[in-house]
Design a protein around this ligand. Structure first.
Ligand code: PGA
Length: 256
């Protein structure tokens, strides 16, 4: 059975005080709410707070809450001012790294080629990846959405062995739904998730595609999470805005 995952991507938000409060509130709700241990919860703080979140999570001894970084460098060390290596992320206790978020593609001009190198570097160090893909509104309107998703997946991932691919979680995040309040309908999400699973199936076979977790991201909220997660190829969510409030985030976790 593939993992169900609810990941909070905090982006460039929250202070140390707010983070401590949020993590403790969600962790306590998870303990009290008897969330199935098969469901994985992920916190994705900004770099300066990774060690803080690790420390708090360790004090709760909850094996199903994982720590994710929001980016990594494609090289191991050296003269890259402002960058953070995968080795450093492992050193502070990260369990995962988010690669290819549309905000990195857009504001930092990250190409499929660069993202491929980042994926390789993460897997070389044994750090599993949440790999984000998604089309813009323009690409959807021009009916290029499937083409765009296919090239994002194939150019960054299809050189991997089946074993390495199994360390990737995909997150389908239509760019037009991120932070806009406009969510893809459950049918739109299912249509794309099914297409993505089929792509994996064609290249790697059923056993690999069936085990791959594919998350939906883009304005996931307590009000729409259950319907999105009820779709057969939607295995959870990558949540931005609604992951910043413990009550909303826990409602979304419960929806899975
Ligand atoms: P959002 O962000 O939930 O605020 O739309 C999702 C994301 O960017 O991962």
């Amino acid at each position: 059975m593939r993992s169900k995952i609810v990941a909070g991507n905090w982006k460039m938000n929250l202070s140390s005080v707010e983070i401590s409060k949020l993590v403790k509130e969600v962790a306590n709700q998870i303990i009290e709410g008897e969330i199935s241990s098969d469901t994985k919860i992920v916190f994705g703080p900004a770099f300066p707070y990774l060690a803080l979140v690790r420390e708090i999570l360790d004090s709760f001894h909850l094996g199903n809450i994982l720590l994710a970084a929001q980016n990594c460098s494609e090289i191991d060390s050296g003269a890259r001012t402002g960058e953070t290596s995968v080795g450093m992320l492992k050193d502070v206790g990260c369990d995962l790294v988010i690669i290819g978020h549309s905000e990195r593609r857009k504001f930092h001009k990250e190409s499929n080629e660069l993202l491929k190198l980042k994926v390789d570097k993460s897997l070389e160090h044994g750090l599993p990846v949440i790999f984000c893909i998604g089309e813009t509104l323009e690409e959807r309107e021009q009916e290029k959405l499937f083409e765009v998703i296919e090239s994002q997946v194939s150019e960054a991932l299809f050189h991997l062995s089946a074993e390495d691919l199994s360390k990737i979680v995909l997150a389908y995040e239509p760019v037009w739904a991120i932070g806009t309040g406009v969510t893809a309908s459950p049918e739109q999400a299912q249509e794309m998730h099914q297409f993505i699973r089929l792509l994996i199936d064609k290249k790697y076979g059923f056993e690999v595609s069936d085990k791959m977790s594919i998350l939906y991201g883009g304005s996931v909220k307590p009000a729409n999470a259950a319907e999105l997660f009820s779709k057969p190829d939607v295995d959870g969510g990558l949540v931005g805005g609604a992951s910043l409030k413990s009550g909303d985030f826990f409602e979304i976790i419960k929806a899975i």
